[in-house]
Design a protein around this ligand. Structure first.
Ligand code: URA
Length: 243
């Protein structure tokens, strides 16, 4: 491709095209001052978040809207380096409208603290925005109808790393039905941007199987080594298995 260098005449451009050399043309759109004044302002990230949240809160795309108390949109730093993705709201989350606020949420907070992070320093969302009755697994059509919201959240946050907590999150994000134990221990790539994705156990599972917390810590170490969760601070070595 011909460089950005000198302004080219029409004849030069024709000659370069005849030589099969692409001509680089700066993408500058000239607008009159009047047209500039009338042009709509580009949407800010805040506008896009607002529109996305309003849409999700009013969603009736699947049957779960009939039984939910509240839509659980997501919470945290919208410019976070780490994006934590769980399965679906449980009873506490459905009542409060915020992900991971029950017992599993307390343990997730401990896991994040072990990685040197406060809950507010990551963004937290789920595969589903509405609670499945009796906390049953999400059905494929529910995940499919909800995934656009999560994809738009990921595009807005632009995280450095996705931490998938639990089998349902990992399998949905990676579009695989491989068992969780085989998905742990390596760095996957998510989406067209190839965002590094690390899989770990769901904190609800760790509450039932505390012997596995050591492995969850190994997963967090992999995530920290892949993308340090904060730019400047070293991770605190708080042991998550003290709980
Ligand atoms: N489990 C999840 O996967 N997400 C929540 O928000 C709560 C519990």
């Amino acid at each position: 491709m011909a460089g950005a260098g000198p302004q080219l005449s029409g004849r030069q451009k024709v000659a370069l095209e005849a030589m099969a050399i692409d001509v680089w043309t700066p993408r500058i759109e000239f607008m009159t001052p009047q047209a500039q004044a009338q042009a709509p302002a580009p949407a800010t990230a805040a506008d896009e978040w607002g529109a996305l949240e309003r849409e999700a809160l009013a969603c009736t795309n699947c049957v779960l809207h009939q039984t939910r108390t509240r839509v659980v949109f997501g919470v945290g730093d919208r410019q976070a380096r780490w994006l934590v993705i769980g399965e679906a709201p449980g009873a506490d989350e459905d009542r409060q409208g915020e992900p991971f606020v029950g017992r599993a949420g307390q343990l997730l907070n401990e896991m994040l603290r072990a990685a040197g992070l406060d809950r507010e320093q990551v963004y937290i969302a789920n595969i589903l925005k509405c609670r499945p009755p009796e906390n049953r697994d999400p059905k494929p059509e529910e995940s499919a109808r909800c995934e656009g919201y999560l994809q738009r959240q990921i595009a807005l946050v632009q995280p450095g790393l996705v931490l998938a907590v639990g089998r349902i999150a990992a399998q949905n994000l990676l579009r695989e039905d491989t068992p969780l134990s085989n998905l742990r221990g390596r760095v996957h790539r998510y989406g067209p941007a190839g965002i590094p994705l690390v899989v770990t156990y769901h904190p609800a599972y760790l509450l039932r199987s505390p012997g596995q917390k050591r492995k969850a810590w190994e997963d967090l170490c992999l995530a920290m080594a892949t993308v340090p969760p904060l730019r400047s601070t070293a991770p605190a070595q708080a042991a998550i298995d003290e709980r």
